[in-house]
Design a binder for this molecule. Structure first.
Ligand SMILES: [Zn+2]
Length: 306
């Protein structure tokens, strides 16, 4: 438990929320505690199954649980513990300025001793860049009484992410939460395409040692994502994505790329299940691409910089 007024700031790149496919149990894994990325042991009651970090993240981002989504949609989590006086406005200054707040949770930590039937209402307002207002109201019994609360702000703090795929998968997940399933599939495809372009650029310049001009020219000649995944990837590493992992490649083409085209060109509707499948398939190929470029997604970039 945090002390009053203390704030905890966590980067979502340093911790990942994973979920077990067998039992659905959720765990929060700190990047620096991760011993074996291929073997996370589920702590769920009577489970004990093992899964890889990749499977765990995929289960989490494709799960129905909104909480899992909110962990994924921001780059930083700021949390704290304060006492408010019911009926007044409490102003909390966040320790770091934020660019926007994706989600705010405010939780009363214990029932008021005065009267268990009395209810209090908690609202919040963020004033950028660093003010969280907590607005409370109660009845004649609760007004003026102190009340302990925990709060959590899921915020974007960093400037534009170097990892654009996160941004688009975040948007896709938000679209699912908002019931925009067509939008979710379109954004999942953008997430794959930006990753593909970034990874190809990296492989062609860094490993293949081609000049920026030449790589620009190649990528401008080959615009279609499927051609990039085959021809340009073969040029870069001697193999097509479809040869490296046919299952992952086919799922992307079928569940994301082709579905996206039918949505965009023919206005085809999409279901929630199709959107969830598309995010899962997009995540699989994004992970594969990042591995090819030695950019493992969990915490590695941060670790390198330290
Ligand atoms: Zn489990």
């Amino acid at each position: 438990m945090l002390d009053l007024g203390e704030q905890q700031i966590t980067s979502t790149q340093d911790q990942v929320f994973v979920s077990c496919k067998s039992c659905g149990y959720r765990q929060n894994i700190k990047a620096w505690e991760l011993a074996d990325p291929l073997r996370i042991i589920c702590n769920g009651p009577d489970c004990g199954d093992t899964y890889s970090i990749k499977e765990g993240i995929k289960n989490a981002i494709t799960s129905d649980n909104d909480f899992m989504a909110w962990c994924f949609v921001s780059d930083t989590i700021i949390s704290g513990h304060d006492t408010i006086v019911i009926g007044t406005v409490k102003e909390i200054k966040l320790k770091i300025p934020i660019r926007n707040a994706k989600k705010v949770f405010i939780l009363q930590t214990a029932p008021l001793e005065a009267d268990s039937h009395s209810r209090i209402y908690l609202e919040h307002k963020i004033i950028l860049p660093d003010i969280l207002l907590i607005i409370s109201s109660g009845d004649s019994v609760t007004s003026g009484k102190p009340c302990d609360i925990n709060w959590v702000v899921y915020a974007d703090v960093k400037s534009d992410s170097e990892e654009a795929w996160r941004e688009y998968l975040q948007r896709a997940k938000e679209s699912i939460i908002n019931g925009n399933y067509q939008g979710a599939i379109i954004e999942a495809e953008i997430a794959v395409e930006v990753t593909l372009a970034t990874v190809l650029w990296d492989l062609l310049t860094r490993k293949k040692k081609l000049s920026d001009d030449v790589v620009d020219w190649i990528l401008s000649k080959v615009q279609a994502a499927s051609d990039r995944a085959k021809k340009v990837m073969e040029l870069a590493i001697g193999k097509k994505i479809s040869d490296i992992n046919p299952g992952v490649y086919k799922s992307w083409v079928k569940l994301v790329a082709q579905k996206r085209n039918r949505i965009v060109h023919r206005g085809e509707p999409a279901t929630r299940e199709e959107a969830i499948d598309a995010i899962g398939a997009a995540f699989e190929i994004i992970w594969l691409l990042l591995e090819l470029a030695d950019k493992e997604p969990v915490g590695s970039r941060n670790r390198d910089k330290r």
